[in-house]
Design a protein around this ligand. Structure first.
Ligand code: FE2
Length: 480
């Protein structure tokens, strides 16, 4: 390489000074750079006999053409009314100091307290310290702690606010209330109405912040939802994904399916676009593409075939991203080729975007693991019920410190502050759909066939089935 460079210039009877040589040699594509430098000198008819570092720099600044991004030369034909409403990528201030935990929980408590204090049932909400001295019925808002059962199988827990803690008892005679209490999880913020008996609060009502019923919005377009593509894995369903790409481009499917494709304006990817590397022990044996950069290059190659839709990409736990949530957007350092595509928007996990008036909350779904393990009746198979529960709790990952790593941010960005029109998740590899109080709850399945891990746990994925919100109604298109 080194002598090649000197020889090239020697052939052209041009001397390189030391600094110029090092400048050229430090570039990734030093030989190509030398060639274009030489042809530039020839073109301009300059009689250069000594090339200096300044001249190389000037050439680099002015003349080196930027690589053309693939298939993006044509302008997007559609008008997009698109905004990123909430993105935490640039809002991560955590420095890992312990004091951040208290501000994180205080932020969570206050955000949800705001919602709860507007409820009729909690008009007379008191700080726990005051409630401890009050007689009769009290209304408090607390963070749940230390959930246990008494010997007689009543539910017992501690609730806490900034002023104090109280023990809460839910009697198993009150079936509806007991059922509500069974869905409470550690670290969730909940409203309680109850009567004080000494140091104990006997609950009569448990109140979630909840969501109001929303009016459905008119849609004159379609939006497509993907997640868990797992590119690079040997179980990635490449052929099915190719069919999906062809469908998006109007080259696959029956007449009806093509009609839907013609309407598609947005494509949302809720994480795990690639399989990643080192996500679990022995993963490399299950990878076709073992290099993380190449996995994203392949993603860019496939996504690059879609030119007239806006693509919104959030990361998941397999992506090359900080694992702790909120996860910032995919780093350009790894996904450089995807960043070359002009129609791609990168957002954090979670994030909230506006797609022509349709507010979409995007969350990969890692916390589903914790909820499925903790709450009776919740499982990976029915993530729609988990999504409903998260909306009611107004928090995407209420349990702190289990499998879902949460960053100890100063602010809790996982509180669901705005009620979305669409709540889109992935992670469990099983499609689900439900309309809840006018909100579309969508889990977009996967493009990965059953993995070794899933075989052991008897998890049967629903593969290559793509949910499309087509002018307001849900269609599930199959590409397998
Ligand atoms: Fe995942």
């Amino acid at each position: 390489m080194t002598t090649d460079l000197i020889l090239k210039f020697a052939d052209a009877e041009i001397l390189l000074d030391d600094a110029a040589y090092h400048k050229i040699n430090s570039q990734d594509d030093s030989i190509e750079l030398a060639d274009s430098l030489l042809s530039d000198i020839v073109q301009k008819g300059n009689s250069v006999y000594l090339l200096t570092e300044d001249m190389v720099e000037e050439f680099l600044e002015e003349s080196v053409p930027r690589a053309e991004p693939p298939s993006q030369s044509k302008l997007l034909p559609q008008d997009f009314d698109f905004q990123i409403l909430q993105d935490t990528s640039k809002k991560s201030y955590t420095n890992g100091e312990i004091k951040d935990f208290s501000s994180y929980f205080a932020s969570r408590y206050h955000k949800i307290w705001q919602m709860l204090s507007r409820k009729n049932e909690l008009k007379n909400v008191q700080p726990i310290k005051t409630a401890q001295r009050s007689d009769d019925v009290v209304e408090v808002v607390g963070m749940v702690n230390d959930i246990r059962y008494t010997k007689k199988n009543h539910k017992f827990m501690e609730i806490e606010d900034e002023t104090g803690t109280m023990s809460l008892l839910v009697h198993n005679d009150n079936h509806q209330l007991y059922e509500d209490a069974e869905r409470l999880v550690k670290d969730q913020v909940v409203g309680v109405v109850g009567s004080r008996k000494g140091t104990l609060l006997m609950a009569s009502q448990l109140i979630n912040p909840g969501v109001p019923r929303i009016d459905e919005k008119e849609m004159d377009f379609s939006a497509v939802f993907l997640s868990d593509i797992h590119l690079g894995s040997s179980t990635f369903l490449e052929k099915a994904f190719q069919r999906f790409i062809h469908w998006m481009n109007g080259d696959y499917g029956d007449e009806k399916q093509r009609e839907i494709a013609a309407d598609v304006k947005y494509l949302v990817v809720a994480g795990d676009i690639v399989d990643g590397i080192g996500v679990y022990p022995g993963q490399d044996k299950e990878l076709n593409i073992k290099d993380i950069y190449e996995q994203y290059e392949e993603a860019a190659r496939l996504m690059g075939e879609l030119s007239d839709v806006k693509i919104i990409i959030a990361p998941g736990n397999h992506d090359a991203c900080r694992l702790a949530e909120p996860q910032p957007a995919l780093p350009e350092e790894y996904a450089g080729d995807l960043y070359q595509l002009k129609n791609v928007e990168f957002v954090s996990n979670p994030s909230l975007v506006n797609m022509d008036g349709i507010k979409t909350l995007i969350y990969h779904g890692r916390s589903f693991d914790d909820l499925a393990m903790t709450v009776k009746g919740l499982s990976h198979q029915n993530s729609d019920i988990i999504m409903k529960e998260l909306l009611e709790k107004r928090h995407l990952a209420p349990i702190y410190g289990e499998r879902t790593a949460l960053a100890s941010e100063i602010e809790d960005h996982l509180v669901i502050e705005d009620v979305p029109d669409v709540f889109h998740t992935g992670h469990v590899h099983i499609n689900s759909y439900k309309k809840y109080k006018g909100i579309h709850l969508i889990n977009s399945g996967t493009f990965q066939s059953q993995t070794e891990f899933q075989k052991i746990y008897n998890i049967v994925p629903t593969c290559a089935q793509v949910p499309v919100l087509s002018r307001g109604s849900m269609k599930l298109l199959k590409f397998n």
